[in-house]
Write a protein that binds this ligand. Structure first.
Ligand code: UDP
Length: 329
């Protein structure tokens, strides 16, 4: 396959590039380096099967030119991270809506296979135990910037889906649930790299709210092979498929696990949502995937436990210190 990976210099995108190259495919990564980093791709720089193109998915001509070179498009480029979305709502919306439309259109015109990375954010405040793909979306007001990400990603799914139905675009939608791993930065909000960084520096671990909110963290190393398998599975076309882990933990529980596993003497510090994200912020209390559809389609069984995920991220952060993953406020 000759794959185009938009967002290829990002956390998940760069692992996908590694995985595809290791399996003998050719890859072009397109990334504007807004949140991604060329350092994530330095191991591929000399590989003749790999090419990096610096540019934005908002550049329609560039997107068309790059996608004309490939037969499979993994669309991972997006404005990501709660801090990014809250701090730059308009730019995030623009990237996530118009950028995706450019990429889908180009993939359809090229006759390429297409996968779009979506997110568990689309379920909003639905806190059911085990969210299935057809679960209802429970979103707050569109005027609360946190929900703009869910709104944009929901529309991304819809655009891809309509192209799949109307134009026969072979299209897969993956919904990632709190995916974690080496190269993920805490700078844009993601809690596990933030806690690991804080623990390794001995800084206070910043738990937002009362820490009872729960998440289910998944390993990037479980998710990447699943993404590639889904692209090769026609029964997955025109479907949305949840991907994530299965071990649920409260955020306070996560802080304790990070402290224990890193041997840190950090204390836990509680910070109000208003101080963390500004007034009017709404969090979701619980977010847990049902990954039964992925199991049915491709035999998906996540292997990595939360402790493995934390330990591998801590190892990566230690060997890359001084860390570029400095934490935001
Ligand atoms: N969170 C936290 N401290 C931080 C960053 C995040 O307590 O330094 C909380 C955040 O409020 C949320 C959870 O951790 O309840 C997961 O946050 P993240 O941004 O990683 O993912 P999402 O909110 O999209 O699930």
């Amino acid at each position: 396959m000759k794959a185009i990976v938009t967002g290829g210099a990002g956390f998940i995108g760069s692992h996908l590039c590694d995985y595809l190259i290791a399996r003998g495919h050719e890859v072009i990564a397109l990334d504007d380096l807004s949140t991604g980093s060329e350092a994530n791709l330095e191991q591929l720089a000399e590989n003749p099967a790999f090419e990096f193109v610096k540019g934005s998915i908002l550049d329609e001509k560039l997107v068309n030119d790059v996608i004309a070179e490939g037969d499979t498009v993994f669309h991972l480029a997006a404005a990501v991270g709660v801090h990014t979305i809250v701090d730059h709502p308009l730019q995030s919306l623009h990237t996530n809506l118009n950028g995706t439309e450019n990429v889908v259109e180009a993939a359809a015109a090229r006759g390429a296979r297409f996968l779009v990375a979506s997110t568990s954010e689309v379920y909003g405040k639905n806190d059911a135990e085990g969210l299935t793909e057809d679960a209802d979306r429970v979103l707050g007001s569109p005027l609360k910037s946190r929900w703009s990400y869910a709104a944009a990603k929901g529309l991304d799914e819809l655009v891809a889906y309509i192209y799949g139905v109307d134009s026969g675009l072979p299209c897969v939608i993956t919904r990632f649930f709190n995916i974690v791993g080496p190269r993920q930065t805490g700078r844009y909000g993601m809690v596990v790299p933030r806690f690991v960084d804080q623990a390794l520096k001995g800084d206070p671990i910043t738990v937002y709210g009362d820490g009872t909110q729960r998440r289910c963290f998944g390993s990037v190393f479980d998710v990447i092979p699943a993404v590639v398998k889904l692209m090769d599975t026609p029964a997955a076309y025109n479907r949305a498929v949840n991907l994530g882990g299965r071990e649920e933990v409260s955020i306070k529980g996560l802080a304790d696990r990070v402290i224990e596993l890193t041997g840190s003497d950090s204390e836990v510090r509680y910070i109000s949502y208003a101080d963390a994200y500004g007034e009017g912020y709404e969090d979701m209390q619980r977010r847990m995937p049902d990954t039964g559809l992925a199991r049915e389609l491709i035999g998906y069984e996540p292997q990595r436990r939360l402790d493995d995920i934390i330990t591998s991220l801590a190892d990566h952060t230690r060997t890359n210190s001084p860390s570029p993953h400095t934490t935001a406020a």
